[in-house]
Write a protein of this length. Structure first.
Length: 426
């Protein structure tokens, strides 16, 4: 099977391994960070304790993938960005077609996956269904088979690569099936091997798309959510599980379970629910003054404006800007999207006046739900599955590179409260 991406990565790995060994050998005892008690009690926030070369998130830059700001990648396909995550380079036309052909060859989903999903209770959450579908394919793992044979750790990355590409190839069909089954949209729609990865996913969801804007949105959505460095909850869970030499089926399923939490991947549906509720409570398309008064009332009662106040960024999330530009181009008169634009003009000013000057800006979730809603994908429960479909590519890239570098098991040291008291002489 031809695979130009695998060949490219294979050629890079020896140099990457040698570079890492050299850095540790020469500078291994150098201190790069100090941990505060705030960080110990605050979920290790901000502690520099991981290597992640696929992407970074700067306070004043937002998401950067392999040195390229995310706003410079919005016209690319997810497959192209996945290639970039792994190799640090965008593919040429030949390499892209090779990767797309390889994914199509892998996209047949084992029949037992449909049996498992059909056997689940009707009220199962879509994320439970998605995570379960991936985990139940673990019997297919080439990584586990090689590991069970005692294959050297330096060779395991190739099996991880195979497993991850199999998962990437199959998740659009699995996720689309979940949508159509869960929300009673009709029979499964077969994949089209003439379409790109995200375009195929859009087709299999069955959303009416006469103008082709939904397929464009899916391509953009998948690119914008594809990766977000290694320290966010789901990426970290993915890396921790993978570091034990569990295969990618275990790791990615575990990552999706973390993504499903309301403090992580549910933000997009909460932001949309906030906007729809505001519209219903006001009773009509609100004026700027009505939006301002509504949000001011929330702040006066110590409540938050959903989607505003980023825990990391000190600028407007560039991914929000990308969605804002998309909506302005393709659906400028949509009622819900208009409220998104109103909030963007009004809320940061209110937050600054309210003493939130450090982080008054919107994150990506403040806009994404409105664009899905416009196209008729109105089932809030499903939105985190969309997030997960995209992030599977980022999880996979990080797993492959971690095994290529024979990364150590992740095992930070914990301390007791008594230990802290002694250190602070309380």
């Amino acid at each position: 099977m031809s695979n130009l991406l695998k060949e490219k990565l294979s050629a890079q790995i020896p140099g990457l391994r040698e570079e890492a060994k050299s850095i540790v050998k020469v500078h291994g005892k150098k201190e790069i960070d100090h941990v505060t008690i705030d960080q110990l009690y605050g979920g290790m926030r901000g502690i520099k304790g991981l290597i992640c070369d696929t992407s970074s998130v700067g306070l004043d830059t937002g998401l950067i993938i392999r040195g390229i700001p995310i706003l410079e990648l919005t016209e690319k396909l997810p497959e192209e960005v996945f290639y970039l995550l792994l190799t640090g380079e965008l593919p040429d036309e030949n390499a892209l077609k090779d990767l797309q052909s390889d994914l199509h060859k892998r996209e047949d989903v084992p029949s037992y996956v449909w049996n498992v999903l059909n056997a689940m209770p009707e009220d199962s959450h879509p994320m439970v269904m998605f995570s379960t579908a991936i985990l139940c394919m673990e019997k297919e793992s080439e990584f586990r088979k090689l590991n069970d044979k005692g294959t050297g750790k330096d060779k395991l990355w190739e099996a991880m690569f195979e497993d991850c590409l199999n998962i990437i190839a199959r998740v659009p069909q699995i996720a689309a099936f979940i949508y159509r089954k869960k929300f009673k949209k009709g029979d499964m729609i077969s994949p089209d091997r003439n379409l790109d990865w995200a375009g195929n996913f859009a087709k299999m969801l069955g959303i009416e798309d006469k103008e082709g804007t939904f397929a464009r949105l899916m391509r953009l959505y998948m690119v914008l959510h594809i990766d977000h460095e290694g320290g966010n909850a789901s990426a970290f869970a993915n890396l921790v599980i993978g570091s034990t030499l569990s295969d990618s089926y275990y790791s990615i399923s575990g990552a999706l379970n973390a993504l499903a939490g309301p403090l992580h991947g549910l933000a997009n549906q909460e932001c949309l629910r906030f906007i729809v509720n505001m519209r219903e409570q006001i009773g009509h398309s609100p004026t700027d003054d009505e939006v301002k008064a509504y949000c001011q009332n929330l702040l006066d009662n110590n409540r938050v404006v959903s989607g505003y106040g980023h825990p990391v960024l000190r600028i407007t999330d560039p991914r929000f800007i990308a969605f804002l530009e998309f909506g302005t181009k393709y659906m400028p008169d949509d009622e819900i999207f208009k409220i998104v634009k109103q909030l963007f003009e009004i809320v940061p000013v209110l937050l600054v006046l309210h003493g939130k000057a450090k982080d008054p800006w919107p994150n990506v979730d403040a806009a994404s739900g409105s664009l899905l809603y416009h196209h008729g994908l109105t089932e809030y429960e499903y939105y985190t599955v969309l997030f997960g479909v995209s992030r599977v590519m980022g999880y996979s890239a990080q797993l492959i590179l971690a095994r290529a570098m024979s990364a150590a098991i992740i095992r930070p040291k914990s301390v007791t409260t008594d230990w802290i008291k002694k250190q602070t002489e309380i």
